[in-house]
Design a binder for this molecule. Structure first.
Ligand code: ADP
Length: 167
């Protein structure tokens, strides 16, 4: 019998060490995983889908059983299409709970056979978000240790031209 396939979906703009922490924990439970980049996000992302995939491939190099992909349809349709039955999401704090809870129940309503599994990251990542990483980088602060060296470099390049001066 094939092992359960789990999908870890997200915007991942960009992928952080918090995302990686969740992925590593999930892949200890589910030997087959897909990290799936949401390609139709309403928000306008800093990195293209291709860049985000490239970043995640680099960060997960050497992790057995982990595949990276993108999708632009309903999450539950994508998971079924791939033959998966589990969705992985990360919970950092109470503030994540309400949105995640709504989404998990909506997904269950759409596809009862797919379960959402929540994992908590190491406490040192509970304050970490892609949004904060971008804000700190934009203002010239360091994000070392919070993202991979590749992301650090890409953020620096992206924001180099846009560095704000003093008002
Ligand atoms: P989305 O737009 O789908 O929320 P994100 O890339 O922001 O995409 O997050 C994807 C998933 O990873 C979500 O479940 C989010 O709660 C989780 N996540 C984001 N940052 C962290 C972190 N630092 N630690 C644990 N989970 C996280």
């Amino acid at each position: 019998m094939k092992s359960t396939l789990a999908v870890y979906p997200g915007t991942f703009d960009p992928f952080t060490n918090g995302h990686l922490d969740i992925l590593e924990r999930a892949s200890r439970i589910f030997p087959r995983m897909i990290v799936a980049v949401v390609a139709n996000a309403e928000k306008s992302p800093l990195f293209t889908v291709e860049e985000r995939i490239q970043i995640i491939r680099d960060a997960t190099r050497g992790m057995k059983g982990v595949r990276v992909d993108a999708f632009d349809c309903l999450l539950v349709d994508y998971v079924s299409e791939q033959g998966g039955s589990v969705v992985i999401r990360g919970l950092r704090a109470i503030s994540d709970f309400e949105f995640e809870f709504q989404m998990a129940l909506m997904n269950r309503r759409l596809a009862d056979g797919i379960e959402t599994v929540f994992l908590m990251p190491h406490e040192s990542y509970t304050y970490l978000s892609s949004r904060l990483v971008k804000e700190v980088s934009l203002l010239g602060g360091t994000v070392k240790g919070l993202v991979s060296p590749m992301v650090e470099r890409m953020l620096r390049d992206r924001y180099r031209q846009r560095k704000p001066g003093k008002k």
